[in-house]
Design a protein around this ligand. Structure first.
Ligand code: IPE
Ligand code: IPE
Ligand code: MG
Length: 249
């Protein structure tokens, strides 16, 4: 268990793996009479804030939902801007991530991205792959159903090539092929922006995650808000199907 304290808060049981559905950029921008795009740009600052907070507290893994497999349905202009922003952030921020010993990876179906973006992702992952600090995973063109389907396909391939038999397919073997399998299991799933849904994010991985919903729109979410979510997490009793008495022992 990690013990850390900041100036005003005490932390006793810091989640090892936190994921965030970063929602509310568009509404934040619209509320200020700006274009949705400026909301996405402002959201980058909140990404920096939660990465900083996660590092400070010794969180092992942080997984951020940046673009869902459903987000292609948005107006083409907005999709283009999001892709450009992604490219820009990659080239601009990855050196800093590397300097801070952060391991960076992107999860999702990358085949739909431009060659340029795919190469940039690959380069960033290679640059930081040996880092031992926080693992930062960005979910891009990610969908929980895609993830599980993809894992199932990998297993079927192994059955077809007779490397395993049908009886070897179980939760443990499937788990090896879903995204983030090499990381601690998901402890805390945060969604900002006031909606109470998972929107096809980490369906498999969130099985026993604690859920935390915040009304705050993503560009207003800061380190303090992140720490508040962790404090709430620390007060939860995780029973995993057992009784309260059993887990208190
Ligand atoms: C989240 O903010 C960012 C992405 C989905 C890319 P939104 O763009 O969904 O913002 P709202 O929900 O419309 O306010
Ligand atoms: C979820 O937000 C996806 C990301 C934050 C990247 P959406 O704004 O796409 O979710 P819905 O459409 O409200 O469910
Ligand atoms: Mg949204």
């Amino acid at each position: 268990m990690t013990n850390s304290s900041t100036s005003d808060k005490e932390f006793k049981n810091i989640p090892k793996h936190i994921a965030v559905i970063m929602d509310g950029n568009g509404r934040w921008a619209q509320a200020q009479g700006k274009t949705r795009v400026s909301g996405h740009k402002a959201g980058v600052e909140s990404v920096r804030a939660v990465v900083k907070g996660a590092r400070k507290l010794g969180v092992e893994a942080l997984t951020l939902f940046a673009f869902s497999s459903e987000n292609w349905q948005r107006p083409e202009k907005e999709v283009t801007v999001l892709m450009d922003l992604f490219m820009y952030v990659l080239t601009k921020e990855v050196k800093r991530l590397h300097k801070n010993n952060i391991r960076f990876q992107v999860i999702g179906d990358l085949s739909r991205f431009s060659d340029k973006l795919q190469k940039s992702i690959q380069k960033s992952e290679q640059l930081t792959e040996k880092n031992t600090g926080l693992t930062l995973s960005i979910a891009a063109n990610y969908g929980g159903r895609w993830d599980i389907t993809n894992a199932a396909k990998q297993l079927v391939k192994q059955v077809e090539s007779k490397q395993i038999s049908l009886n070897d397919i179980n939760e443990t073997s499937l788990n090896q092929y879903v995204c983030l399998a090499n990381l601690p299991s998901l402890d805390l799933l945060i969604r900002t922006g006031g909606d109470f849904r998972i929107s096809n994010f980490l369906l498999w991985q969130a099985a026993y995650a604690e859920l935390y919903f915040s009304e705050t729109l993503w560009p207003d979410f800061n380190e303090e808000a992140f720490e508040k979510a962790i404090n709430v997490f620390e007060q939860r009793e995780r029973r995993y199907g057992k009784t309260g008495e059993q887990v208190k022992k």
